[in-house]
Design a protein around this ligand. Structure first.
Ligand code: DX5
Ligand code: ZN
Length: 214
């Protein structure tokens, strides 16, 4: 089954509770955390994740775009994140493993994220301890960018490795996913689709979530 994770980066931040209620039929709430260092933008932090937690029973899928995520991973878990993903480019191997371990120690699901220029192989050292791998299909930092179809071979390679190893690991794509691009993602092997503008830009949000799920 395909899961849909609407990104609240495209929601109205002055009306987050209302806009999260609009996506009640989704599978996850995707929360984009940016620190102004790892990416050239600053968005949501720990207090906002804690506030969101009170408004929904949906799993919170927290995408950390921050330098050295091990510093804050446990705090995001304590704030109510259910899934926390860290960019492999945001620290050295020990740092990324420390972040994944901290997330698991908090009893939450952990994963790694790959920027567009990062090869699939960069996920391999972490694959056996990931509950999810996220492949960026735009440069992280902003919503509303054009989908990079040339990321599909990377998704397909990761799908093959996950299946060969029979790993209980989800495979997520993020960036420019809409009704026109979802098919390529699913065909390549993704099972979780993040969508910001494609969900919040729709007149019928539950209808759009259902159509993205397919
Ligand atoms: C970009 C974020 C995405 C973004 C997706 O750095 O990670 O989650 O919100 O937005 P759309 O679906 O509009 O590309
Ligand atoms: Zn994201």
């Amino acid at each position: 089954m395909i899961k849909v994770a609407p990104s609240i980066l495209s929601a109205d931040f002055a009306n987050l509770a209302r806009d999260i209620e609009k996506i009640a039929s989704a599978d996850y709430v995707h929360v984009d955390v940016m620190d102004g260092l790892f990416v050239p933008n600053i968005t949501i932090g720990i207090p906002v994740v804690a506030a969101i937690r009170k408004t929904t029973a949906l799993p919170l899928d927290v995408h950390l775009m921050i330098e050295r995520p091990a510093r804050y991973a446990a705090q995001f878990c304590a704030a109510g994140a259910d899934i926390v993903t860290c960019h492999v480019e945001s620290d050295d191997g020990d740092g990324i493993r420390a972040a994944l371990d901290a997330i698991h120690a908090a009893g939450k699901r952990a994963g790694v994220v790959l920027k567009p220029k990062t090869p699939a192989e960069a996920a391999l050292p972490y694959l056996d301890r990931c509950d999810i791998v996220l492949v960026m299909t735009v440069e992280p930092g902003f919503g509303g960018q054009k989908f990079m179809a040339d990321m599909m071979p990377k998704v397909a390679r990761l799908r093959a490795w996950i299946d060969e190893r029979s790993l209980p690991c989800e495979l997520e794509v993020d960036g420019g996913v809409d009704l026109a691009t979802r098919g390529a993602c699913v065909e390549a092997g993704a099972n979780v689709l993040v969508a910001g503008s494609a969900v919040y830009g729709a007149d019928d949000i539950p209808g759009r979530i259902a159509a993205l799920r397919g």
